[in-house]
Design a protein around this ligand. Structure first.
Ligand code: ADP
Ligand code: MG
Length: 686
């Protein structure tokens, strides 16, 4: 009997890999055999039909057998460009074939040789042509004809190579343990896991693809829902040992230079109710940029501290953590509440001091970044955890902080406008509060979409505002996933602004690759109005508050999602001055103009998110990183909403009968959750 492949084996030892390729595969998140076979195709090519040349359709791919009609010719066009040309023929017609720089191909393309070809047909002057077709020996037809999976790639890894690796892995029959038993699968109409895995990579029919995908998507969404419910459950039904005394918040409110909005007060009451009840709080506060979520957090912290607890506020960036620290410690210090901050730029010595003080409960409130979840940070009695801009953190990170206390109330805050139905589905573990009102005196940001031919006028407009004492942000788009290029585009934009348009002004730039300390200094200078124009990537996207900045210019605005544009726009209009957002874009397509028009017309993040969804479709909308939704391997939260609903109701059933997954029947599920979401699930369920 052949031994089955150990799924945990390093990918390096699979036939056809080795150290060099392994490093490249790592870039795709593939480290083990299991990672490989769980690397699912993003699409499929239909190569089921073998075509004749006279059946070719312009723009479509074709798989066909043909003879080389004459020896291929090699032409050297430039130093780096060689073209190989030939004609191939079958009994129905001829097709022109071209390849670039693949000189070795020439030897194979001798008159009379017969091959199996696959490529995209383009008609030129009514005649079919194919560039860079793949060439196979005719004998390979059984392997090639069929449905062909398409994988997402990285440099140095081709489709054919990945396909080959999958085949190599499957030669050894990798066996995955099914987390669902026969009966469960039958009831919920799911195929067996190994059938699903095999057919997602090597399907014989599109029906098989559908069956396989449904099973895998169901599993992903089901486990996700189950994890959320277990987490939520952990706070349910458990009597809090010490519920909160009611706290009079007037001493805090009296320090503020403004009164809170009705929406803020309403949400504070919802929080008060949670805290004084005998169950743990698990609440999401959703509210558009600038609605004043920080003050709501501050009041919650005040209530916790007055009840003798320590509180932690976690923000996604150092800049934001600093900003919270400055604002809150200012108020808290006047009330005898001790506040400190820990970020990656905190010195080692300072950190050691804070760690000691936290343990001794000589600090009441700690504000910080991810640094707060490090293992050496311990509390004396942590009672409240708040995560700001929740969408930047995963469930795991939030739980890690929560687990530093015994019974911790949690509040999470976000400005991401996720349509409500979806929010409830996704944050199923949370109660929802919405701040749907802006502080008074805010004039909506006036938004204009313009093209580059108005650049000179725009620059005069900016100068006018700066001369009146105001400040300007210029944001340039993130070049996808490529920090090197990001940097370049910020720097070249900076050069343009600094050396061409605004010679006598103070211009600075900021990007994600800078050291935190440098970023903070640049931000600080901008806050102090020592800089007139700040050019930046979207690192300024979240939360920064400089009320003297009144104009936001967004370059290549069409490259952003509307939700992101709205977030960015929220950086201005934060003070008494009239504010402007200028969307620059030379994209003349109707769709692009239409999207930017939405920004001109609406100032409501939720409306904008929904319209964007309509225009772009769910793929793009949820494709953006800013959406902060969990990354699924196959599931698409909007397209697969029906599977999501199924998965949710099945998860609910299980949790209702076995809330902590303690029965033998559910032990596999529990183990899987722990593997996927970490030890915290274990802590909760035992
Ligand atoms: P976000 O909800 O986007 O996090 P912030 O909490 O940063 O918004 O608040 C934005 C600005 O509005 C801050 O400068 C804050 O001090 C101010 N602010 C908050 N609440 C009020 C209010 N009720 N009236 C006036 N200004 C307020
Ligand atoms: Mg905020």
């Amino acid at each position: 009997m052949m031994e089955t492949l150990n799924l945990e084996n390093n990918i390096q030892y699979l036939k056809g890999v080795g150290p060099t390729k392994a490093a490249l595969l790592n870039n795709l998140g593939i480290y083990t055999i299991k990672d490989l076979i769980e690397y699912y195709p993003r699409a499929y090519e239909d190569r089921t039909k073998l075509k004749k040349i006279n059946e070719f359709i312009d723009g479509e791919y074709a798989l066909f057998i043909a003879d080389v009609a004459r020896d291929a010719k090699l032409q050297r066009i430039r130093k780096n460009l060689a073209i190989i040309n030939t004609i191939v023929t079958d009994e129905t017609g001829n097709c022109k074939m071209t390849w670039f720089n693949q000189k070795y191909i020439k030897e194979r393309l001798k008159e009379g040789n017969r091959y199996l070809f696959y490529g995209k047909v383009i008609f030129e002057y009514g005649r079919p042509c194919i560039e860079s077709a793949t060439i196979y020996d005719v004998s390979q037809i059984d392997k090639i004809q069929g449905i062909y999976p398409i994988y997402s790639l990285t440099a140095g890894i081709t489709q054919n190579y990945l396909f080959k690796l999958m085949s190599n892995a499957y030669e050894n029959k990798p066996l995955v343990q099914d987390i669902f038993n026969d009966e469960f699968r039958k009831v919920h109409n799911l195929c067996e896991i190994n059938y699903a895995m095999q057919n997602v990579h090597f399907p014989k029919t599109f029906k098989a693809v559908e069956i396989a995908r449904r099973r895998l998507i169901f599993e992903e969404l089901f486990l996700f829902q189950l994890a959320l419910m277990v987490i939520k459950n952990s706070g349910l039904g458990i009597e809090k040992e010490n519920k909160y005394e009611n706290v009079d918040i007037t001493p805090f409110l009296e320090l503020l230079p403004f009164s809170l909005t009705n929406a803020q007060l309403r949400v504070i009451e919802e929080i008060r109710k949670d805290l004084t009840s005998n169950k743990l709080m698990n609440r999401l506060v959703q509210g558009d940029v600038g609605c004043g979520k920080t003050m709501v957090a501050a009041v919650a912290i005040y209530m916790a501290v007055k009840n003798g607890y320590q509180a932690a506020l976690m923000a996604p960036t150092t800049i934001l953590a600093n900003q919270h620290y400055e604002e809150l410690s200012n108020y808290f210090s006047k009330l005898g509440i001790k506040t400190e901050i820990i970020t990656s730029s905190t010195t080692k010595k300072n950190k050691e001091r804070i760690v000691e003080l936290l343990k001794k409960k000589e600090i009441d409130v700690i504000i910080g970044t991810h640094s707060l979840i490090e293992d050496n940070i311990e509390f004396s009695n942590l009672g409240l955890v708040i995560t700001d801009e929740q969408h930047r953190f995963g469930v795991k990170q939030r739980m890690k902080l929560t687990n530093k206390g015994n019974q911790v109330d949690t509040l999470v805050m976000t400005a991401t406008p996720i349509p409500r139905t979806l929010a409830i589905m996704l944050y199923g573990d949370l109660d929802l509060s919405i701040i749907d009102e802006m502080p008074p005196g805010r004039t909506p940001v006036k938004t204009y979409a313009i093209t580059d031919n108005l650049e000179a006028r725009l620059n005069n407009f900016l100068k006018k505002h700066i001369d009146e004492g105001r400040q300007v942000y210029v944001v340039c788009p993130l070049v996808e996933e490529n920090e090197e290029l990001d940097l370049k585009s910020v720097e070249s934009l900076y050069e343009k602004y600094k050396n061409e348009f605004f010679k006598s002004y103070k211009v600075e730039f900021l990007h994600g690759k800078m050291k935190n300390k440098e970023k903070d200094e640049i931000m600080q200078r901008f806050k102090n109005n020592e800089t007139n124009i700040l050019i930046s990537t979207t690192v300024i996207e979240v939360g920064i508050s400089v009320s003297n900045a009144t104009v936001m210019v967004i370059e290549n605005a069409d490259r952003f999602g509307l939700a992101a544009l709205h977030q960015l726009r929220g950086r201005v209009g934060r003070g008494a001055y009239e504010s402007f957002c200028i969307l620059k874009s030379n994209n003349k397509s109707l769709k692009a103009r239409e999207r930017l028009k939405i920004m001109e017309k609406s100032n409501n993040g939720f409306d904008i998110a929904e319209k964007d969804l309509e225009l772009r479709g769910p793929g793009d909308f949820f494709g953006i990183r800013q959406s902060g939704l969990p990354e699924f391997k196959l599931a698409n939260l909007l397209k697969d909403i029906n599977v999501l609903k199924d998965a949710q109701s099945v998860a609910k059933e299980i949790i209702n009968t076995d809330p902590n997954l303690t029965t033998k029947e559910n032990s596999v599920l529990k183990r899987t959750l722990i593997e996927k979401f970490g030890e915290q699930i274990n802590n909760i369920t035992t």
